[in-house]
Design a protein around this ligand. Structure first.
Ligand code: MF3
Ligand code: CO
Length: 288
């Protein structure tokens, strides 16, 4: 295994396996997104993702993950003020909610980790702006995932998009290296200073995950001991992709390739880049 200053460098073969994991993860997330509509429970949304992981014989990177107690599900589903690590359960989604779905899969020994936040039915304009800004921050970070840059360049880009929009990034949780383990070095916070941090080298793989709060940056842990929510009760959003640094620039490993039942790949991928294609509008219409 090759290392650079404590960071595992992936070979071309490793990256192929990571793409396989990333693709399955995208399919699981897309199926979960398709299940989102008013009246379904967060457990139903989780089940849609689990079904896809099962079909592909993929492992569940989150299930059993160490914490206050082993994480009890394959996905984290966090609604409105819940930022991350919401546990799927009997809560029913309502029109106007925004719901973050985070999934981790294991294929050929490598982890794919990605998350998306979507609206349930019609959502308020400010909620829509929160989703768009958080996704734009993710892509500003991805754009900086280039040889010659440092992790601080990525962090600073994410922070700047978020704060220019008047929102805040979380301080206590960060993006992270990902590979055979879900959490590897380096940590990539959603705030930082350009020109600082780890130099980016080809073969590094990082899960970038802006976690954004419409109000203040402070968080609290709910009684289930896992769910992280905004302290002020205002809404939050979370987008995540697993990204490889290559000689040719950033490569997103968690995009969708083929259409799924009811969800064209273009709709999923376009949603991630904030493009409201006809396909996206069609999917959104189905959710209302
Ligand atoms: N995407 C999250 C992370 O990278 C998911 C971890 S949830 C857990 O930290 F349940 F596995 F802890
Ligand atoms: Co992650």
């Amino acid at each position: 295994m090759a290392w650079h200053r404590g960071v595992v460098i992936k070979t071309a073969r490793d990256l192929q396996a990571m793409r396989s994991a990333g693709l399955v993860n995208a399919q699981a997330l897309a199926a979960a997104v398709s299940a989102v509509r008013p009246g379904v429970t967060t457990a139903d949304v989780n089940a849609a993702a689990v079904e896809v992981l099962r079909q592909h014989g993929a492992g569940m990177a989150f299930l059993g993950y160490p914490g206050p107690y082993p994480y009890p599900a394959a996905t984290c589903i966090s609604v409105n003020d819940e930022l991350v690590h919401g546990i799927p359960g009997p809560r029913r989604l309502q029109a106007g909610d925004i719901v973050s779905i985070d999934c981790g899969s294991v294929v050929d020994g490598f982890v794919g980790d990605s998350a998306i936040t979507v609206g349930v039915g019609e959502i308020a304009e400010e909620a829509q702006r929160l989703l768009e800004v958080t996704c734009a921050a993710l892509f500003a970070g991805i754009e900086r995932m280039r040889v010659g840059n440092r992790t601080g360049d990525v962090s600073a880009a994410i922070q700047s998009v978020v704060e220019r929009a008047g929102f805040n990034v979380v301080r206590e949780y960060t993006g992270h290296g990902v590979g055979r383990a879900m959490h590897e070095d380096p940590q990539v916070p959603n705030y930082g200073k350009a020109g600082t941090g780890q130099p980016l080298k080809p073969g590094m793989t990082v899960a970038l995950e802006p976690m954004v709060l419409a109000g203040g940056p402070e968080t609290r842990i709910l009684r289930d001991q896992w769910t992280v929510a905004s302290r002020d009760g205002r809404r939050t959003a979370h987008f995540e992709h697993t990204v490889a640094v290559t000689a040719d620039g950033p490569r997103i490993l968690t995009t969708l390739e083929q259409d799924l039942d009811g969800l064209p790949a273009a709709a999923y991928n376009d949603y991630f880049v904030g493009r409201s294609s006809a396909a996206v509008r069609e999917v959104e219409a189905k959710r209302t």
